[in-house]
Design a binder for this molecule. Structure first.
Ligand code: MN
Length: 238
């Protein structure tokens, strides 16, 4: 089975509870779409878990990028930005023993992953995608160009208002379904024009969600009641 989770934000116990619920094993694959750190207490244990499991692929999110910028640039601005976004709990768990290993690992993280499940292609990203305004003939803009442009300007980590501009949607969605996180939502997860947001706001809305792509099933854990509130097959909104 191939699973996707996103925005776990330091909730290691909830993460393990989810893995147990889905019977996650070494035969399965898990893609995490960034932001395992900050806000909650156990960001570093989550990074360690990802490092230690070959079948867990972590994408970089804007929180991991804020961590890198703060620690490596040592500027007041970067630390302020990180701490305002819940970075303190992560920073307190980083020490001289684990620092280099963690930073090297975060530097190695991909910005996106293309996968194929049941013959359907999926593009996995943290936040959003845009197409350059000057690319009038966007039909000729390759998917690789589109992805690299969005990595270079960090849209892929930060874009929030509209996770995909309509041009990017049009360019990508003839081939791909897109799964992203970053923007917490209380609504159920579904594909809307081929795009699914799986961030259900574990830090603020108390809900951690996992999408089983292979079986097309969603699992949502309420971390306050410790109960699985929702298990359903997401539908397609057009
Ligand atoms: Mn994010």
């Amino acid at each position: 089975m191939i699973y996707v989770m996103s925005d776990i934000h330091g909730q290691y116990d909830a993460f393990i509870r989810m893995l147990n619920f889905i019977n996650f094993s070494s035969n399965d694959m898990l893609y995490i779409l960034g932001d395992v750190i900050d806000r909650g207490p156990d960001g570093v244990p989550l990074l360690e878990y990802c490092m230690q499991h070959e079948n867990v692929v972590l994408l970089i999110g804007n929180h991991e990028k804020m961590m890198l910028d703060a620690i490596e640039k040592q500027s007041h601005f970067d630390y302020a930005l990180w701490y305002e976004n819940g970075g303190l709990s992560t920073d307190e768990s980083i020490n001289n023993q684990n620092k280099k290993r963690i930073l090297d690992y975060v530097h190695s993280l991909p910005y996106y992953k293309e996968i194929t499940v049941n013959k359907q292609k999926y593009m996995l990203i943290h936040a959003g995608l845009e197409i350059p305004h000057y690319a009038k003939e966007f039909q000729n803009f390759t998917v690789k160009n589109l992805m690299e442009w969005n990595v270079a300007n960090e849209n892929i980590l930060w874009l929030r208002k509209e996770p995909l501009t309509w041009q990017a949607r049009e360019r990508l969605l003839s081939e791909y379904r897109i799964v992203h996180g970053h923007t917490p939502q209380s609504a159920p997860c579904y594909f809307e024009n081929g795009v699914m947001n799986i961030d259900t706001g574990v830090a603020k809305l108390n809900k951690l969600t996992c999408y089983n792509i292979t079986a097309n099933k969603i699992y949502s854990l309420n971390i306050k009641t410790d109960e699985f509130e929702e298990v359903y097959e997401p539908y397609e909104l057009i």
